[in-house]
Design a protein around this ligand. Structure first.
Ligand SMILES: Nc1ncnc2c1ncn2[C@@H]1O[C@H](COP(=O)(O)OP(=O)(O)OP(=O)(O)O)[C@@H](O)[C@H]1O
Ligand SMILES: [Mg+2]
Length: 357
């Protein structure tokens, strides 16, 4: 539904150049909720603004629903019209809602339809239908100042849906909201995604957002996508930073001469019996150093960090046993004491991991 290819954006201001996007290839499939995550300045907003051509890419292409938007941008009045039309099929939701304070809720939702030249009757019918969809049917005549943050964002979402978009873009739509309101807005986005078959590309800096509603995710660093895929595939990817950030498991080895393993499992995988079976079969003491279990897209996934006595070489057979049970195993290399202080400040994902051979 959305494809960017070699997307690059260089800002030039006061003789300085900032490369905000550095060859981004993104593939968002129809009907999925796709999360883009990354630190401040990574280029997330630039990406979303280039996807709907609010920002002109320096190079590369953006295709939405099979239409190459970059080919339309800035090529005369006719192409301009086509671009405006294509853009009206892409809804956009903002962090600070961007509602017009002098207009009622209904008039805010009608705004995109006015721009599209729809009749008053049609605008009103559509706006009321959308307000009903987002649970604000009774607020049509209210003004934005009379609404809570969550209600304002519902108006923002209703307005974004006015042009019957196939794609909804959202830039930190929940970061100005409290946790409970965040959950209700995320649930609304998920419901719209399912009911309307809407493809959602959202930007967030919160892993919980990715965990609760995203089918796929990409991690951005310095204008590049460094990891991407479906959340379940990422969880099974050795050394995936996104997976470690989604399911952080902490826990240091209790001493020298120990092997620490991270086990990733999905679905109904009965990890607990496997661990006790391992202990019985090889007569070893196993300690669980940490665990994180959650539900992603209705599927149970988790990680567990365990410690076995002895070095890696001593544990090749038990590790092979775990693998045979269909579990995904990574060894966690223990750090030298000198480096340990430095690591305290870093994310668990910063631990050096290497897939066990
Ligand atoms: N209009 C602009 N002019 C010049 N530089 C810009 C402009 N917009 C963004 N940048 C720069 O481009 C880089 C990427 O910015 P962008 O806003 O895309 O990051 P972001 O990932 O959305 O960050 P945040 O999480 O803080 O919103 C930053 O270095 C930023 O300073
Ligand atoms: Mg941003």
């Amino acid at each position: 539904m959305i494809t960017t290819s070699g997307l690059t954006k260089v800002y030039r201001s006061r003789g300085r150049e900032v490369t905000a996007l550095d060859g981004v290839d993104l593939h968002v499939r129809e009907g999925e909720v796709y999360g883009v995550i990354g630190q401040s300045g990574a280029g997330k907003s630039s990406l979303i603004r280039c996807v709907n051509l609010l920002e002109r890419p320096t190079s590369g292409t953006v295709t939405v629903a099979g239409q190459d938007l970059t080919a339309l941008a800035g090529r005369g009045p006719r192409a301009g019209r086509e671009l405006r039309q294509a853009r009206s099929r892409i809804g956009m939701v903002f962090q600070h809602f961007n509602l017009l304070s002098s207009r009622t809720v209904q008039d805010n939702v009608e705004l995109p339809l006015e721009i599209l030249g729809r009749s008053g009757k049609e605008r009103s019918r559509k706006a009321l239908e959308l307000l009903d969809l987002v649970g604000l049917a009774d607020k049509a005549k209210a003004y934005p100042a009379q609404l809570s943050g969550g209600q304002k964002q519902r108006v923002g979402i209703a307005r974004a849906l006015a042009g019957d978009p196939k794609v909804l873009l959202s830039d930190e739509a929940t970061s100005a909201l409290d946790p409970e309101t965040t959950r209700s807005i995320l649930t609304l986005l998920r419901d719209l995604n399912r009911q309307l078959g809407l493809t959602v590309l959202l930007i967030t800096h919160e892993m919980d957002v990715v965990k609760s509603i995203c089918d796929s995710a990409a991690l951005m660093e310095h204008g590049r996508v460094v990891e991407s895929g479906t959340v379940t595939d990422l969880l099974a990817t050795p050394g995936s930073e996104l997976a470690s950030a989604l399911f952080p498991v902490a826990g240091e080895a209790s001493g020298d001469n120990r092997t620490v393993l991270d086990i990733t499992f999905q679905g109904e995988s009965a990890t607990q019996p496997v661990i006790s079976q391992l202990a019985r079969t090889y007569n070893i003491d196993i300690s669980i150093l940490g665990a994180a279990i959650d539900t992603v897209g209705g599927l149970q996934v988790g990680r567990m960090r365990i410690e076995l006595p002895g070095r890696y070489e001593d544990n090749v057979v038990p590790i092979g046993f775990l693998r045979e049970q269909g579990l995904h195993i990574e060894t966690v290399e223990q750090t030298e004491p000198a480096q340990q202080t430095q690591q305290v400040d870093r994310a668990p994902s910063a631990l050096v991991k290497e897939e066990a051979k």
